[in-house]
Design a protein around this ligand. Structure first.
Ligand SMILES: Cc1cc2nc3c(=O)[nH]c(=O)nc-3n(C[C@H](O)[C@H](O)[C@H](O)COP(=O)(O)O)c2cc1C
Length: 244
């Protein structure tokens, strides 16, 4: 796939299981890492590092880290769900409810004081990782800050640029990728710092699992808002005119 517009449009989250015996070739992994290297970052501060996990023993150890979801996550995730294709198309944002376990699709969302064990646990990380052969963890240096950027927003945007560069490169080489924000959850991150000997000043931004889908990936409706809904012309009160 060489056309940039097609590449951008066809990049997708590959959330199904990956073939554990099919690791992306070294040349492709290197190309993905080089894509991270050339990502734009605020003031070119290059506030990130990448940890490549491809040792089955390390991946298995990480898979044993207890995971789970918070009440806050289930509540806020619920707000992004649509319960029919028509609803999803009309909204133009969010995800089909069918992508999530039935317990996450209930309007009675759990409260913060509910014990973690009662929450709809996904147990251990390996259920999320589903035997994937390769994980890239992006960590960032909390001692660095883009000049005069409150909350280091510009530094965080830079990490997004790193992600997109890697994702598009993986897509261009036929490699599936799923972002796993769960790696930056406090309890999990603490354990990963120990297992991977990550220094305290480096914080996990996100992880990506990569590989080739073990079975034909389930296709779900992916929606985006029409341009005229979010693009304004010369003044905020005038939306971009629809094309005829
Ligand atoms: C910063 C960031 C964090 C994300 N975290 C997760 C995640 O934890 N799990 C997941 O399955 N997808 C995650 N995603 C993927 C988005 O849900 C996905 O990009 C969005 O729903 C659009 O779907 P698409 O990637 O198929 O176009 C994340 C994406 C971004 C940019």
């Amino acid at each position: 796939m060489t056309n940039l517009a097609d590449l951008i449009r066809n990049r997708r989250s590959e959330r199904g299981g990956y073939d554990p015996d099919r690791r992306p070739p070294d040349a492709d992994i290197r190309a993905i890492l080089e894509a991270s290297q050339w990502a734009p970052t605020a003031h070119n501060m290059q506030n990130f590092e990448v940890i490549v996990l491809d040792d089955p023993a390390v991946l298995a150890e990480i898979g044993r880290v207890p995971g789970g979801v918070s009440a806050e996550f289930i509540r806020e995730n619920y707000a992004q769900l649509s319960f029919s294709e028509d609803e999803l198309i009309a909204k133009g944002t969010g995800l089909p409810a069918t992508m999530f376990p039935p317990e996450w699709r209930q309007p009675e969302t759990p409260s913060d004081d509910q014990p973690a064990a009662d929450l709809i646990e996904h147990g251990f990380l390996d259920q999320t990782m589903r035997s994937c052969p390769l994980v890239l963890i992006v960590v960032y240096d909390t001692r660095k800050r883009a000049p005069a950027s409150e909350g280091d927003v510009l530094g965080l945007i830079s990490l997004g640029c790193v992600l997109e560069n890697m994702w598009l490169t993986a897509t261009s080489r036929g490699i599936g990728l799923q972002v796993m924000s769960v790696f930056s959850d406090t309890g999990i991150e603490t354990r990963l710092h120990e297992i991977l000997t990550i220094p305290d000043h480096m914080k996990i931004a996100y992880a990506c699992r990569l590989g080739y889908p073990a079975t034909q990936p389930a296709r779900y409706l992916r929606v985006r808002r029409p341009l005229e809904h979010f693009v304004h012309r010369n003044t905020y009160t005038r939306h971009l005119a629809p094309t005829r």
